[in-house]
Design a binder for this molecule. Structure first.
Ligand code: PNS
Length: 163
């Protein structure tokens, strides 16, 4: 059984992430969406909220997709889960430098885990959680970029933060 890990902050999940998940599950028997406890970033949503939003957005019958969270090293978690691959979405050349560095460092740490880059549909190439949050904060419409439940949750969260 081939397992892939799809790690990220997912703060929050976008349609671009979902697109990558759908592509990954066509290639692997089991895909684990791994939500990072990322100390370097202050997230808008808690890990539990981010995991719940991913779960809610998965299409029915996604039995081969699991949602988990991890702290610590990505390659350690990959090893624990028996994952042979790490999936990362690659949107633009600007992503490349960081992704390249991370892939090679992870390979150095754990040669048995391969990093695979998947490109989302063109319409999601410019979508990122960061930019979507910024647009939403400034009152823009982000519904085209997010699963409906995520758009609602983001709206509520920003409303609460404004009070
Ligand atoms: O969605 P993001 O924020 O681009 O995801 C980055 C993430 C969480 C995948 C990356 O920061 C990570 O793997 N963190 C875990 C700690 C780790 O293993 N760091 C070394 C990577 S070379």
């Amino acid at each position: 059984m081939r397992t892939a890990l799809y790690p990220g902050s997912f703060d929050p999940l976008t349609n671009g992430h979902l697109d990558v998940i759908e592509r990954a599950v066509r290639l692997f028997d089991r895909v684990i969406v791994a939500v990072a406890h990322n100390d370097a970033k202050v997230p808008l949503f808690s890990v539990d909220e981010r995991m719940a939003l991913v779960r809610d957005a998965l299409p029915p019958g996604s039995g081969r997709i699991e949602v988990a969270s991890f702290g610590g090293l990505l390659v350690e978690f990959a090893r624990e889960q028996g994952a042979s691959a790490v999936i990362r979405g690659l949107r633009a050349i600007s992503d490349f430098e960081f992704e390249f560095q991370m892939a090679l460092m992870n390979r150095k740490l754990e040669p048995a885990v391969e990093t695979l880059f998947l490109m989302p549909r063109e319409e999601y190439i410019y979508v990122s959680s960061r930019i979507v949050k910024e647009i939403a904060r400034l009152g823009g419409d982000v519904s085209a970029f997010l699963p409906p439940a995520v758009a609602v949750a983001l709206h509520k969260k920003l409303e609460r933060d404004r009070r």
